[in-house]
Design a binder for this molecule. Structure first.
Ligand SMILES: Cc1cc2nc3c(=O)[nH]c(=O)nc-3n(C[C@H](O)[C@H](O)[C@H](O)COP(=O)(O)OP(=O)(O)OC[C@H]3O[C@@H](n4cnc5c(N)ncnc54)[C@H](O)[C@@H]3O)c2cc1C
Length: 421
């Protein structure tokens, strides 16, 4: 029976990938739609996963293989679902696909280094630049170049652009800046919505210095900074001057559990900071990490991970609320101020760099599912489960392991959708 069904999975992060391969391996046809040029979502940009501290590429690679060898999965990247109508068992969806503007027959699968235009590297949260004809990252799926048409159109006015396009052709790379978006209408029996999360915008945290002081970064940036394929090749150094970090502060609940920002707990930020403290200690054994927290939360089996990390006496934990962060303009060191909750004393400490542990905001709080009848909680997480099945962080903050279970469940629900249910 599953063989008669087609499941549309929206969002190519770990949740969407899981739902797609589970549904396809149970005999369905699957259309997987991802808005970025590559699959993998946020986890593709991580250095390591807690609790095992293995690189996420291991898990992703296995899933990419499962997708590649399964002819029943069709992947559309740079794609958005614009409209959905119908009911469980019989939906119609319209998908808009943006061109990649470049066809690569060169077999090199590398950014085009002599491209005259550069753009902020979105994969590295803008911490460095990449060429405007680029491979998003070394393990990208699909392993295809993509071009930033706007940046290249601006570069087109330069005299040597024609020569550059010719040199591309000689390498087997064809650039087509006039390529047009395509629209596709598909009939599917079920839909899984797995559009995940965005990091809470730290520039909204007026007093915590992000965007004002270069040595105040966010936790997602810290993942890239520590990654061997990140902007510094895995060196944990200060953005302001490239100085090796010896003294790093993590500020927990940056915007979380705060009525003015994200009133809920994202549940994984404490574990993420504990994990990132180990990045620093591995990179620089002389370094110290200082975590300022309101409550340290390590739920379920993650308690063991917390215990393991806190045994390191160069990882210090202070129950304290940080209210103000500013820079010493001479040294570019960062000063954090707040209250030590247990002693009642004032905190004023200086660090080489500060990481703000910002929470996960559901993408659906910013872009709703383009269908009728979807219900959201006060924060934008999807709470309804009739017809369109939400999976992973679209439903609530979750770690990767929980996303895998949740998305497998969503695939099972999708398999059961029939007309009239
Ligand atoms: C700093 C930090 C560190 C973390 N470290 C760990 C860890 O070590 N271990 C762990 O278990 N968990 C960790 N997590 C949690 C982990 O990131 C999430 O569990 C995971 O990303 C959830 O995957 P997802 O597929 O639900 O969402 P996402 O990873 O957000 O994927 C969603 C996908 O949907 C795409 N998308 C969005 N909108 C659309 C649209 N309209 N149309 C099509 N596609 C769309 C996105 O581009 C993305 O590819 C960490 C979280 C943070 C903040």
């Amino acid at each position: 029976m599953a063989g008669e069904k087609t499941v549309l999975v929206v969002g190519g992060g770990i949740s969407g990938i899981t739902a797609a391969v589970e549904a396809a391996e149970a005999g369905c046809k699957v259309i997987l739609v991802e808005k970025l040029p590559y699959l993998g979502g946020r986890v593709a940009r991580m250095n390591k996963y807690f609790p095992k501290l293995c690189p996420p590429t291991c898990g992703l690679e296995i899933n990419f293989k499962r997708i590649k060898r399964n002819p029943d999965i069709t992947v559309y990247t740079l794609a958005n679902v614009e409209n959905i109508s119908g009911a469980p068992g019989a939906y119609t969806a319209t998908i808009k696909i943006t061109p990649r503007y470049v066809e690569d027959h060169s077999g090199t699968s590398k950014c085009v280094e002599d491209c005259p235009a550069s753009i902020p590297n979105e994969f590295n949260y803008g911490m460095d630049m990449t060429k405007a004809i680029y491979l998003p990252y070394e393990m990208a799926y699909p392993m295809n170049l993509v071009a930033d048409a706007d940046a290249l159109r601006k570069a087109k006015v330069s005299q040597d652009f024609g020569a550059f396009v010719e040199s591309l052709q000689a390498k087997g790379i064809r650039l087509d800046l006039d390529a047009k978006p395509e629209s596709l209408t598909v009939q599917v029996s079920s839909i899984v919505w797995a559009t995940g999360w965005v990091p809470y915008d730290a520039t909204k945290l007026d007093t915590l210095g992000f965007g004002k002081y270069p040595n105040v970064i966010t936790n997602v940036m810290m993942e890239r900074l520590a990654s061997p394929n990140g902007p510094t090749g895995g060196q944990i150094v200060r953005p302001s001057d490239g100085k090796k970090v010896y003294n790093l502060a993590f500020v927990q609940c940056a915007g979380s559990r705060d009525e003015n920002h994200l009133p809920y707990c994202s549940s994984i930020c404490c574990l993420a900071s504990l994990k990132q403290a180990t990045y620093l200690r591995d990179y620089n054994p002389d370094a110290e990490a200082h975590i300022f927290y309101i409550d340290l939360r390590a739920y379920g089996r993650f308690e063991y991970f917390f215990d393991r990390v806190r045994n390191d006496d160069k990882i210090r934990l202070t129950k304290g609320k940080i209210v103000n962060i500013y820079e010493d303009p001479v040294t570019r060191d960062v000063i954090v101020e707040g209250e030590d909750i247990l002693s009642g004393s004032r905190i004023r400490s200086t660090f080489d760099m500060v990481v703000l542990a910002t929470g996960m905001q559901p993408t659906t709080s910013l872009e709703k599912v383009p269908a009728q009848g979807i219900q959201y909680d006060d924060y934008g997480f999807v709470i309804s489960d009739t017809g369109i099945h939400a999976a992973g962080v679209t439903k609530r903050p979750m770690d990767v392991g929980t996303c895998l279970q949740d998305s497998t469940g969503a695939a099972l629900k999708a398999l059961q959708d029939t007309v009239g249910r």
